[in-house]
Design a binder for this molecule. Sequence first.
Ligand code: ACO
Length: 176
Amino acid sequence: LSSYPSYIDLLPSIQTCNITNLPENYFLKYYLYHALTWPQLSFVAIVRPKGGYKAGTGRGAAGDVSGQYPKVVGYVLAKMEEEPTDGKQHGHITSLSVMRTHRRLGIAERLMRMSQRAMAESHRANYVSLHVRVSNTAALRLYRDTLGFEVEKVEDKYYADGENAYAMRLDLTGQW
Ligand code: ACO
C-alpha cells in the first residue's frame, strides 16, 4: 500500500481551493464524477510536506495537524462534453484556480497544458472550451495570450450574479 495520497484522497482539499478562489462552487460528488469518468483530464498542484509522507497519516486533510499531508495549491477540473451540440468530440474546463500564495509561477499554465494534452491523446478531442468572466483579466490573459484560446461568443448573464461570460475555445487538432 502506498502512503502517497491519491487524487481521490485530495478531492476535499481541491474543493477547499475552489471555494477559496472562485464563487462558482460544486458539490463533492461533482468532483468525484469528474475523477471517475475522465480520470486522465484533471490535475492538481501540491506542495509536498517536509520529510515526505508517512503511512497512516493525513486522512482527512483539512484536520491534519501532523504536517504530513500535501497542501493543494492549484487544480484544473476538466471533462469531455457528454452531448456535444456540434457533434464534435471536445473537452471542457469546468474550473481552474491557484492559491494566491502560489500565483505567477506558471502553475495554471502547466495544469492547462497537461489537461489539454490528455484531452487530445486520451479522448481525441478536437478542441477545448471554457467560460470566463468578462472582468477576469488575469484568466483572460492566461487563456488568450499564453495558451492561444479565442473568444467564440459572449454569453449574456451567464453567471449567477448577472455577469457576462466569454465562451472561449482552443483548437487541439494536430498539436500532439
Ligand atoms: N495579470 C495578468 N496576467 C496574468 C495574471 C495576472 N494577475 N496571472 C496570470 N497571467 C497570465 C500571464 O500572461 C502569465 O504569464 P507570465 O507570468 O509569464 O506573465 C500567464 O497568465 C501564466 O500565468 P500562471 O503563473 O500560469 O498563472 P497562475 O498560476 O498565477 O494562475 C489564475 C492564473 C488561475 C487565473 C489565478 O490567477 C487564479 O486562480 N485566479 C482566481 C481563480 C480564477 O479566476 N480562475 C479562472 C476562472 S475561469 C475557469 O475556471 C474556466
